[in-house]
Design a protein around this ligand. Structure first.
Ligand SMILES: [Zn+2]
Length: 62
């Protein structure tokens, strides 16, 4: 069973500014079609910064 949010690391990167984060991904995906989602996400994380938290999606399923 894989958690797609943390890729089973149990650590989840929470963007410091979710609204801007999502907007940045949209912009990134739009301007270059060859960029995949992971790359766009990585770039957006760098831009807004993030906090590593315990994954809220799978930590409670133990
Ligand atoms: Zn998880």
């Amino acid at each position: 069973m894989k958690c797609t949010h943390c890729k089973d690391t149990r650590k989840y990167k929470q963007p410091n500014n979710k609204e801007r984060f999502e907007k940045l991904i949209d912009i990134e995906m739009e301007k270059s079609y060859f960029v995949n989602y992971d790359m766009a996400e990585e770039k957006a994380y760098k831009e807004v910064g993030f906090t590593i938290i315990d994954c809220p999606f799978c930590n409670n399923k133990k």
